[in-house]
Structures are given as C-alpha cells and as structure tokens.
Design a protein around this ligand. Structure first.
Ligand code: PPS
Length: 572
C-alpha cells in the first residue's frame, strides 16, 4: 500500500460563505437554541471543518444504528464512532421534526445550525456494549454516556457559521484544509502522524523519528487538545512540553499541529476513527502503538481491550481508509549503548542493562520532587512538568474538619493554622464555620438543603485555594457523608483532601455546651440540631480521627501536623 495517493485537494467543509454566515447569524436569533456541551463543541468543530468527513451533521438514527452495529453509515461508508447530539427530554419535546435549531457555544455565540430530521431515545447500554466493548462505567466514555449525556439524541445536517474560538495557541491550530495547504506549500506528499495525549519524552521522540525515517515520510506531531482521559496532564502544559521537544527534530521534515478532538478512549474503534480524521487532514501514514487510546482498567481490574486489538482493527480497514498504519515500536533505553532501541530488535538482551521509568513511577517522582534522569526525558520537558506538578510539599491542600457543634473543631483548626503560619511557605486560609456563615452563607439556615449549599460553597472556595497552591482549613459540622464526598472530589482534582473527624461524642459536647445551644435544642427552641434532632453521618474512612476527650488542643493540632507530614504535604 506504499503507493497511497495524496493529492491534497481541499476537503469539503460544512461552512457557508462569509456573507451568508453574517446573514444567518442575525436570522438565527429567532431559532430555538441549544447550548452545546464542551464535548459537543469539539465534535461540531471537526464536523464543520471537514475533520469528520464524510459526516454532514450529527448522526441520524439510521446512521447511528449502522455505526453502533458494524461501524458503517447507512450508505455503507466506514465510520466507527457515534457522533451524536444528546439533549434533555425537555428540550427535545419542544421541537418539531424538520425544524432548524441554533447551536451555540457556552457564551451564546452561534456556531452553526442544524435541521432536526431525527429524534430518538438511544439504548445506551447497547451502545456501550457495541462501541466501547462493555457497559461498565469504569470506561470514561460509558460513564459519560450514562451520567452526563442527555437522554435523547437529535440528528440532522449541520450548516457551519463559524469555528469555535480558541484563545490559546492559535498559531498551532489548523483545520484539515489549512494543514493540506501547508503540506502542498512545503511539497510534502508522504506524511506520518503521531497522535498523543501525553507529554513526549525521549522514547517518543525516538520512535516518532524512526517511524518517519522508516516510512521515508515527513512527520506531523498531532496532539489532542480537546478532551482527553480524565486525569491527564492539562493541554496547556503539554503544548509547552511539545514546543520544548520540537527542536529535537529536523525542522524541514517535522511539523506540529493541535487537534481539538474530544477523545472517547475507545481503543480499536478509536484507532480507526483517528485514522479517518488524519486522512481528512491530508496524512498518508498513522502511528498506532500498543494499547492505542486505551481507557485503563474495567471495574474487574482487567484491561478493556487487548494490547494489539487497535492495530488489528486498523490493519483490517487501512486499505479502505486510504491511510497506512505504522505500528509503534516499543522503544527501550540500553544503558551500555546510551541509546533507545526497539525492544524486539535487541539481540543481546541478557548482556545489556535496559532502563525504564513507567508512567506511575514518573508521577511518583514528580510528586516527591525526585530526580528524573536525562536519558528518560529532556530537561526542558521535565521543567515544564515540575512547574505544573510541583512536589506534594509545595502543592496546595485542604484540611477539612468535621464533627458536632462544640466538638472542638474551630479551636483545633485555629491552632493548626497558627502552627502552619509559623512554618510559612504557603498562604493559609481558615474557613471556620462562623466566618463562612457570615461571609458566604449569611442567608442560609440549617435544613438539609441549606447545609448542603453551605458545605458546597466551602468546598468550592477551598478547591480554588488548593488549586492556587494555598492551604485551606475548613471547620464546619458537615454532617452528611454524600456532601463531604462531593467536596472531596472537587478538591482532589487540585491537591490533597485531608478529612479530620473530630470525634468528640455528642454526650461530651452536650455536657460542655459552650454556647448553650444544646440546652435550647433539648427544649425544642432550636430545631434540626445536629446530634439532637438532626443526623450526623460518622466519617467511615477519614484521613485522621481525633479523640479529643482527655487530649488537649495542642496535642490534637500536632496529630494533624504529623499526618500532613506523613502524607508528604509538609517537608523540611
Ligand atoms: S453545617 O451543618 O456544616 O452547615 O453547619 P455549620 O455551618 O458548621 O454551622 C454550625 C454552627 O451553627 C450553630 N447552629 C447549629 N448547628 C447545628 N444545628 C443547628 N440546627 C444549628 N443552629 C445553629 C452552631 O453553633 C454551630 O457552631 P459550631 O462552631 O459547630 O459549634
């Protein structure tokens, strides 16, 4: 298949002319509007600019059924991924078939219109089984399908008005036709694409450069900056890393462009989809590695797909796709020869030392501020990663005290705050119950709903503090486990969440009754009082449980410090 033709002629887009788009923008004011989700915006961008050619809009029911069933549109063309406009039942019920709707971004800017020809309720479990291989929400796309996507799908042709606006890395983003034009201008006919959602280290540089040499092709580094796997390094950091690696390649044969794709992590089907998208961008070759676009482990702890399933499915369809697979060589570092070599070509395996640092080990070294050797990565890349992921002892975190009123939360929190200020280094904020109820939640009472709102506000502020490298100390009662879990999730995106249960018993709190509230609660003068007439879910697995009875405040605060030290959050 080395003779693949690549004429680089423009590919059809769904955009109307500039004049019509101006006219449509004003007319669309009268249309019913759908506010696109972040994923739908990514999908729409590639639909409109030809990245998803031959699709002409969000899938109709017939196309969807074919794609789910056997990766084919109703007209027989190969298309492995359902590109669907999922909406709420409420929105769907307002529409008539044949009606035009305006598709708007999150700021309300109109990006395109769609004529709704189809509306149906998909069988999501079936879609999950067929497309992602299992109806298991450990798969990020299946989780998205069941827990984020709307219940109803709308389908129909799209008319493009304007590209979604990106304020970041503008000069690095290209539509398929812009890339085709660039290749034409440079005289490139054979181009191999490298898809990635991770920073490039030396092994990747080696393998991509080798792939290009072997195919005697130019190289396009084509990283995804739309949506990748939850938990991935953010694209801002990654693009700075890619830019740092670019000068390791010959400039005359290597180019980088960013792809605003929303990945689904669908392994084999995703590989074929990636191939079609690259074909549309004017590429002739595509690198497929081990476990391409793999979603990680399923809920049984097993891999969703076999390591080479993606290569097999790609190989099966590459002729029809018109893009050739270059299979990924697993590159390893041979210490004695101070170079990377394909693992399967090393003849003297038992005589040489093969070095490797896994992804997990890399994350550990970053978190603990340990050495990352030059044979593994480029200093400029490591620098960028360290800037984004400072060691845990320099990251922000939240200490979240929970316990009954009068349990001693505030007093211990205050003591902890003073001790942390004495150590210095990170800005520290105490979000004490009283402070919060005065400044953030002054209109709230103590109903379940109001307490939840109160705790979520505290969680939000603490997550912002944590994100920006500070220490947030919170000390509300926070009686409900579900709400505490939500707050934990919010904060753990950015740093550690240290839940401290101040386990003073209700009897002891009532005996102390510092504010005289327990007496009022017993007399029924305060309703819904935690521990008396309102529930408290005892934390099951807090990072720390403090027994306050018989222990003084200083001792308790010191216990928290020791815990923070054990977690690597404070260092010498
Ligand atoms: S919650 O449930 O987390 O939103 O509560 P929080 O914001 O921490 O507020 C608790 C303080 O409010 C006083 N107070 C009550 N507590 C519990 N139940 C009822 N019904 C109630 N009404 C007023 C009480 O003094 C709590 O103060 P602390 O600092 O916890 O002793």
């Amino acid at each position: 298949t080395n003779s693949m033709q690549n004429n680089l002629a423009p590919i059809p887009e769904l955009f109307v002319s500039y004049e019509s788009s101006q006219k449509m923008k004003s007319e669309a004011a009268d249309l019913v509007s759908w506010d696109l989700t972040p994923r739908q915006i990514c999908d729409l961008e590639l639909l409109m600019n030809g990245g998803f050619y031959p699709l002409k809009g969000f899938l109709t029911e017939e196309d969807y059924n074919g794609v789910v069933e056997n990766m084919r549109l109703a007209d027989g063309s190969l298309w492995p991924m359902p590109i669907t406009l999922d909406v709420s039942e409420e929105f769907a019920s307002k529409l008539e078939l044949g009606q035009d709707i305006a598709l708007r971004d999150q700021e309300g800017v109109i990006l395109g219109t769609m004529t709704v020809t189809d509306r149906w309720e998909p069988n999501k479990s079936y879609e999950a089984e067929k497309v992602f291989g299992a109806d298991d929400i450990a798969h990020p796309a299946v989780n998205y399908l069941h827990n984020h996507a709307g219940k109803i799908y709308l389908g129909g042709p799209v008319v493009g008005i304007q590209q979604p606006v990106h304020y970041d890395f503008r000069s690095r983003r290209d539509t398929p036709n812009e890339l085709r034009a660039y290749f034409r201008k440079m005289g490139w006919r054979k181009i191999v694409a490298f898809q990635t959602r991770n920073p490039l280290h030396r092994a990747h540089q080696e393998l991509t450069f080798r792939a290009a040499k072997e195919a005697e092709a130019n190289l396009l580094i084509h990283p995804v900056v739309g949506m990748t796997k939850p938990g991935d390094i953010d694209h801002f950091t990654r693009v700075r890393c890619y830019e740092a690696v670019l000068d390791q390649y010959p400039a005359s044969t290597t180019h980088m462009s960013l792809l605003n794709l929303a990945m689904r992590m669908a392994g084999p089907r995703e590989a074929v989809w990636h191939g079609l998208i690259r074909k549309n961008h004017g590429l002739t070759h595509f690198i497929v590695g081990r476990d391409h676009a793999g979603p990680g482990k399923n809920s049984q702890g097993e891999d969703f797909y076999g390591p080479y399933d993606a290569q097999d499915l790609f190989r099966e369809h590459q002729e029809e796709m018109g893009i050739e697979m270059v299979d990924f060589k697993h590159m390893v570092y041979v210490q004695e020869r101070a170079q990377y070599e394909p693992a399967d070509e090393i003849k003297d395996k038992d005589k040489v030392t093969i070095l490797n640092i896994s992804g997990t080990e890399l994350r550990r070294r970053l978190a603990e501020g340990l050495e990352i050797p030059e044979w593994f990565s480029f200093p400029a890349v490591v620098n960028e990663l360290r800037r984004t992921k400072p060691p845990r002892s320099k990251q922000g975190f939240t200490v979240f005290f929970t316990g009954f009123s009068g349990s001693g939360k505030s007093t211990i929190a205050n003591a902890l705050m003073v001790k942390l200020m004495e150590m210095g280094g990170r800005p520290t904020t105490l979000l004490d119950g009283d402070v919060v109820r005065k400044h953030l939640s002054s209109e709230l009472g103590f109903s379940k709903e109001h307490r939840d709102l109160n705790i979520q506000r505290i969680g939000y502020v603490a997550s912002e503090i944590t994100k920006n490298g500070g220490i947030a100390i919170c000390a509300p009662i926070a009686p409900y486990a579900a709400t505490r879990r939500k707050v934990r999730e919010m904060i753990e995106q950015y740093g550690a969440f240290v839940e401290v249960h101040v386990a003073t018993s209700i009897e002891e709190c009532e005996r102390r009754d510092r504010k005289g509230l327990y007496k009022l609660a017993r007399e029924g003068k305060i309703k819904e009082f935690t521990g008396i007439s309102d529930p408290y879910d005892v934390p099951e697995n807090p990072e720390l449980r403090l027994e306050t009875e018989g222990n003084d405040v200083d001792y308790c605060a010191q216990q928290v410090l020791l815990k923070l030290e054990a977690m690597g959050l404070i260092a010498a």
